[in-house]
Design a protein around this ligand. Structure first.
Ligand SMILES: [Zn+2]
Length: 254
């Protein structure tokens, strides 16, 4: 039995030794509550499976992509009072990222894409700090920002809402509870106008914002909506992986 060659966790040394990998993809999620109907591993399942699907499409177009195992902990400092939400601080994430980057460096892998699935994670500043020290090209993609969800959903939502629930109904239907068990995902807004309007930013205290841990109503979620959206997202990421695999990192500008 042989695993999928673009999924590192399923691949053996014999195959790895023979393959000229061009791009590594590092899925990065979080372990946190997702309303009453989605599991704690939602962000990990989404980022890992979308990475694998994108890598499959890219591989079939000739790009040699390796999806690394998902890092399952995200920045959850605003959810510490919610049981079993596990926080990994940005400084710890930076150390993890740096170790992964330094491992790949010197192994002939010239490009790394982080595929992020959690809104509290932000790898841009970490990349700015690490990039000058290594020849490896580093970039980050938030999968939920790759394709505009508006044409796909009535009310996409922010966290465990219609979009995320639909994607999970498609990717991992066995792990989704009946939507009749979900809370409404109603969210309280900031009292202060600037924060409400979003031009001033502060992290949200999740347990004050929402009663069921969801932000966004999952009621209109369907498997079909999730299938269509996930396909659009993985296709677009795959195109990027193919283009990146071919690119000369010393010659990235027009
Ligand atoms: Zn999520």
């Amino acid at each position: 039995m042989s695993g999928r060659p673009y999924v590192l966790a399923e691949t053996r040394w014999g195959a790895v030794r023979e393959t000229e990998y061009q791009v590594a993809v590092l899925p990065w999620g979080a372990t946190e509550a997702h309303n009453l109907h989605l599991p704690y591993g939602t962000d990990n399942i989404e980022s890992e499976r979308l990475a694998i699907e994108a890598a499959r499409i890219a591989w079939e177009k000739g790009a040699r992509v390796a999806v690394l195992p998902c890092v399952p902990f995200g920045v959850n400092t605003g959810q510490l009072d919610i049981r079993l939400c596990i926080n990994m601080n940005p400084s710890t994430q930076a150390a993890v990222l740096s170790d992964v980057v330094l491992s790949l460096e010197g192994q002939g892998i010239l490009k790394l894409v982080i595929l992020n699935g959690h809104g509290g994670n932000d790898f841009r500043q970490m990349i700015r700090e690490v990039q000058p020290a290594v020849p490896l090209f580093l970039c980050t993609v938030n999968w939920y920002q790759v394709v505009d969800p508006e044409p796909f959903f009535a009310d996409p939502g922010d966290h465990a809402g219609e979009m995320e629930t639909s994607v999970m109904l498609h990717l991992a239907p066995d792990l989704v509870q009946p939507l009749s068990e979900a809370g409404p995902g109603a969210a309280r807004r900031f009292r202060i106008a600037a924060l409400r309007e979003g031009w001033a930013w502060a992290p949200r205290r999740w347990s004050r914002v929402t009663d069921d841990t969801g932000v966004g109503n999952p009621a209109a979620a369907t498997t079909e909506k999730g299938r269509r959206y996930a396909a659009a997202v993985s296709e677009k990421i795959a195109e990027f992986l193919v283009e990146l695999a071919r690119a000369d990192v010393q010659d990235l500008y027009e």
